[in-house]
Design a protein around this ligand. Structure first.
Ligand code: AMP
Length: 287
């Protein structure tokens, strides 16, 4: 496995691989790898000849007062995990190489970035779409894999890829969870033992919402109220948003149908966690 730190070296390498006719699979991350990330790498391994993982804590997608400085970073730990699943190249650039002095270009997706995480984290998706566009240009992937854990992010990247005619196949992968249901996240390390337990309210409330829907409930307001109660039963929980939306448009829905997804963002103490799940699953998906 190779670790490339330089933007220009990575791009030259990618262009050379393409010239040899190799198919590049790409998994962009911010590091501190867990099984969720590894599931993307394993899927990429199967679908490409060369598997590239990027690790970059992207300053452009963090707002003021967010956790950019405290975000967990450990390249040697990540490299060991990445190598185990057959990663060929880790691209881990410096922020000063990605955004050198004079940097002035941003990519903005309209509409679906103004709701949910976009409403509570202004500028976040502009940072995400900008860095993903740059990473696509540098890594030149044929296929890129993203997790449904960041459901809105995946929708935004699909929109951008279509709108900008980017020649990349975007693949979404199901949420990987801990045994007790907590969605894996690099931010789970911030949780103390008691908060870790309280965080289970997110996945539990999604499971309860699904049961309600399976039992015939179709009112979004009623299901949302049930979710709210489960979350608010936790002393350190503060709901950021809690919505039932159409899975493609992310428009809020009043009546639950086969395309409804429940999306939530909840602070447990200082830690902001997100989770989501389709409500009509028939035992499928379940992400
Ligand atoms: P991050 O490092 O948190 O920016 O995540 C990098 C990629 O891993 C994104 O596409 C995430 O959606 C995906 N990811 C993060 N957590 C999970 C999870 N629990 N299951 C599946 N994919 C995940």
């Amino acid at each position: 496995m190779e670790i490339i730190r330089s933007v220009s070296q990575m791009q030259q390498r990618a262009l050379a691989l393409r010239a040899e006719g190799r198919r590049i699979a790409f998994v962009p991350t911010m590091g501190w790898l867990h099984r969720g990330h590894l599931s993307l790498l394993e899927a990429g391994r199967e679908r490409g000849d060369v598997l590239v993982l990027s690790i970059f804590v992207n300053p452009a997608q963090f707002g003021q007062g967010e956790d950019f400085d405290s975000y967990p970073r450990d390249l040697s730990r990540d490299a060991a995990l990445a190598e185990e699943v057959g990663t060929d190249i880790i691209f881990a650039p410096e922020a000063s190489d990605m955004y050198p002095r004079g940097y002035a270009t941003y990519v903005d997706v309209e509409g679906i970035t103004s709701v949910l995480c976009g409403a509570s984290r202004p500028g976040h998706f502009r940072g995400v779409t900008t860095v993903v566009t740059k990473l696509f240009t540098i890594v030149q992937p044929h296929i890129a894999l993203f997790g449904e854990k960041d459901f809105q992010q995946l929708a935004v990247i699909r929109r951008m890829t279509v709108d900008l005619n980017l020649p990349v196949e975007v693949v979404g992968m199901p949420i990987v969870r801990e045994k007790d249901g907590l969605a894996m996240s690099s931010r789970n390390v911030y949780l103390g033992a008691d908060q870790r337990w309280q965080a289970l309210a997110l996945s539990k409330s999604i499971a309860e919402a699904r049961q309600q829907v399976a039992a015939g409930e179709s009112s979004a307001a009623i299901v949302i109220e049930g979710v709210r109660q489960t979350i608010e039963a936790m002393p350190d929980a503060r709901i950021d948003y809690l919505e039932i939306c159409h899975q493609n448009s992310l428009e809020a829905q009043q009546a639950i149908d086969a395309d409804s997804v429940l999306l939530l963002a909840v602070f447990i103490g200082e830690t902001r966690l997100i989770d989501n799940g389709l409500l009509h699953t028939n035992g499928e998906g379940g992400s």
